[in-house]
Design a protein around this ligand. Structure first.
Ligand SMILES: C[S@@+](CC[C@H](N)C(=O)[O-])C[C@H]1O[C@@H](n2cnc3c(N)ncnc32)[C@H](O)[C@@H]1O
Length: 339
């Protein structure tokens, strides 16, 4: 079992970790009153005070519209002709100064506080949206674009993605001189048909773009993945459904150096939010059985995995750096999930 040297530095570090989780909760509750609403100058002042209180940067609230309008996909690909039995096109107008989430989670500070960057545009903006049963199915939204930026930049040579969607990532890869070809694994034939009929004809490229109809899990193996220079997996909608898929992938294999996972950091935060209170309980000598029993559903399963992982370790943690090294170590978090 992992052990702790009882000292002042470690005690403060563990307390700071837990406090940062509590702060996080308070912060989210405080800003919820402002998101998805038009931010009047008065409301903006109030919001800035909240952001300052939690040390969240507030100089970028006014989001540069060009990041969206000059994005090649947003500029070149028109979705207005899309009409299938289930999926329909709609334009939605985002009113100027509407406060929105601009990206997925970004860590802030060395403990467990993080932010989902928020901001607004200074002009009304028309967004193309594909809807299914009246709710948004897919859209080249700013948060998608921002959260995929690293994967877009890392694309090189022969690229592979799993999850076609509206072909946003493939299009942006194909714009890059250093990308030779793009292959996509997609499970849903309707999505492939929609793409072939309405979207692919607008892709102005001579490069190879191949779509394989299949399940990502059947292709997540060394032999297949090693045919590519860079792989970006993106077949989940959010961190909610993503963690389950990501866990299954980690159970198969977790150390492909050329494979990245969309919003991996967001998904791993859920794991960190169990690891931190677990280590607190170990440090304090609390009952681990009770700790696990206090969790519900999937979180309980996760807590059991965390316990199994740390029971098998026999090192002694002495400093804050060692503690944070564990909490933020991707290999540790992946190994916990892989069990
Ligand atoms: C969030 S979208 C991907 C967005 C896409 N990256 C883009 O750039 O537009 C998720 C896609 O993954 C597909 N998908 C879901 N489960 C899958 C699986 N097991 N294997 C392959 N594709 C899957 C869905 O049908 C959907 O097209």
């Amino acid at each position: 079992m992992i052990q702790f040297d009882k000292n002042r530095e470690l005690e403060m570090a563990i307390n700071n970790l837990i406090c940062s989780m509590v702060d996080m909760d308070d912060y989210v509750t405080a800003i919820l009153n402002y998101t998805e609403k038009v931010l009047t100058p008065q409301k903006e002042k109030e919001l800035i005070e909240i952001l300052k209180k939690y040390h969240v940067p507030h100089d970028s609230l006014k989001f540069n519209l060009k990041r969206l309008t000059e994005n090649p996909y947003f500029r070149d690909i028109k979705l207005d002709k899309v009409a299938t039995e289930t999926v329909k096109y709609q334009t939605i107008t985002i009113k100027k100064r509407t406060l929105m989430s601009m990206n997925f989670h970004q860590p802030l500070g060395k403990y467990l506080f993080h932010q989902h960057p928020i901001g607004y545009f200074e002009k009304d903006i028309d967004m193309p949206v594909l809807t299914e049963d009246g709710s948004v199915w897919m859209s080249p939204a700013i948060s998608e674009l921002e959260s995929m930026q690293a994967g877009i930049e890392k694309g090189v040579g022969k690229c592979l993605t799993m999850g076609l969607g509206i072909g946003f990532l493939p299009y942006l890869w194909l714009q890059k001189d250093n990308v030779e070809s793009v292959t996509i694994v997609e499970i849903n034939q309707d999505i492939i048909d929609l793409f072939e009929k309405y979207i692919r004809p607008q892709f102005k490229t001579d490069k190879k773009l191949e779509i394989i109809h299949g399940d990502a899990f059947d292709y997540y193996n060394e032999k297949f993945l090693n045919q590519f220079d860079y792989v970006y997996l993106d077949f989940w909608e959010s961190s909610g459904d993503g963690l389950g898929f990501y866990t299954r992938l980690m159970q198969i294999k977790r150390d492909f150096p050329h494979v990245d996972f969309w919003i991996e950091d967001s998904m791993l935060y859920d794991v960190k939010y169990i690891v931190a209170p677990y280590l607190y309980a170990v440090y304090a000598g609390d009952s681990i059985t009770e700790f696990i029993a206090s969790m519900d559903g999937d979180l309980r399963e996760l807590a059991k995995k965390v316990n199994r992982y740390f029971k098998a370790r026999n090192d002694v943690i002495r400093t804050e750096d060692e503690l944070l090294g564990i909490i933020h170590d991707k290999d540790v978090l992946r190994a916990i999930l892989a069990q």
